[in-house]
Design a protein around this ligand. Structure first.
Ligand code: ZN
Length: 286
């Protein structure tokens, strides 16, 4: 059943930030390198267009204008050229904002959810565990967790569906037995990837060319790190919700990367992945 329904898939980039490479991958260069904020554009044959995350948007800049939220922007200064605004890129593909029917949320960090308010008809899919964790925090604790409440639409609670309430399914990924059938047709399977945050949502799909894809959010920052089993630095690890389960998830992804060369693993901020797979022309189903 998994992968019988194929979807069109395209990788977009909605801005980037810069960090020393050695933060994201042990043994990396000390110089600052670009970390793109990648977005998955998915076109389901019957359910229409959806997104996996939204990257940066102008809302991020607005939400980090005042103190203390400006500290977030200072820590990871984002760059968002006008042509990289997600709405602009969708328009170029003849996709209107109100046509996006669903946004799959990997987790609630600002660089993943900054565009949610631009999509008035989108239902959201997220993990209940992560949402409750974030929403329950006070202002400073939220900031420490890179969560900007202003980025969520006011009616978020009415529009969200939680993966924990969905039918369980084996994602067919060795090491990752737990999955959720997001649309009851095996087309998109949600896979828990704990560690970076308490409960992060990965998504497995098969595209219209038969390519198997695994979107892994921030479970790894650079695909080279996965290939060489080079985790983020210990300093970066201090920012993770649970560094032990991060290491466990990272190790399982590294095993999967070696075992299954035909599987395309896509970390949300990997420049190599972006340069290899990004921004191909998205052709709509006729
Ligand atoms: Zn991120």
């Amino acid at each position: 059943m998994i992968g019988e329904v194929k979807v069109k898939f395209d990788l977009l980039k909605a801005g980037h930030c810069t960090h020393p490479e050695c933060m994201a991958m042990r043994g990396g260069r000390r110089q600052a390198v670009e970390f793109p904020a990648l977005v998955g554009l998915i076109e389901h044959p019957s359910l229409g267009c959806m997104l996996y995350d939204t990257g940066y948007s102008r809302h991020f800049m607005e939400a980090t204008r005042s103190f203390p939220e400006c500290l977030y922007r200072m820590a990871t200064p984002p760059v968002l050229p006008p042509e990289e605004e997600l709405l602009v890129q969708l328009e170029q593909r003849n996709i209107r904002a109100d046509e996006i029917g669903t946004i799959l949320i990997s987790h609630f960090h600002g660089d993943h959810v900054a565009g949610l308010r631009d999509f008035p008809n989108a239902a959201f899919v997220a993990t209940k565990e992560e949402y409750r964790e974030m929403i329950g925090k006070g202002r400073l604790a939220r900031l420490r967790s890179a969560f900007l409440r202003d980025l969520l639409p006011g009616d978020f609670d009415d529009r969200v569906r939680y993966v924990e309430d969905m039918v369980r399914i084996d994602p067919g990924l060795p090491g990752f037995p737990e999955g959720y059938d997001l649309f009851d047709d095996g087309s998109l399977v949600g896979v828990p990837l704990p560690g970076h945050v308490r409960s992060q949502l990965g998504v497995r799909l098969v595209d219209h060319l038969g390519q198997r894809v695994f979107l892994i959010g921030d479970a790894c920052w650079k695909i080279e790190g996965l290939a060489g089993r080079r985790m983020p630095s210990r300093l970066a690890g201090l920012l993770f919700a649970d560094s032990r389960s991060y290491a466990e998830t990272f190790g399982k992804l590294a095993d999967l990367h070696v075992r299954d060369a035909g599987l395309k693993i896509i970390p949300s901020h990997c420049r190599t992945t972006w340069e290899r797979d990004g921004n191909s022309k998205h052709v709509r189903h006729g």
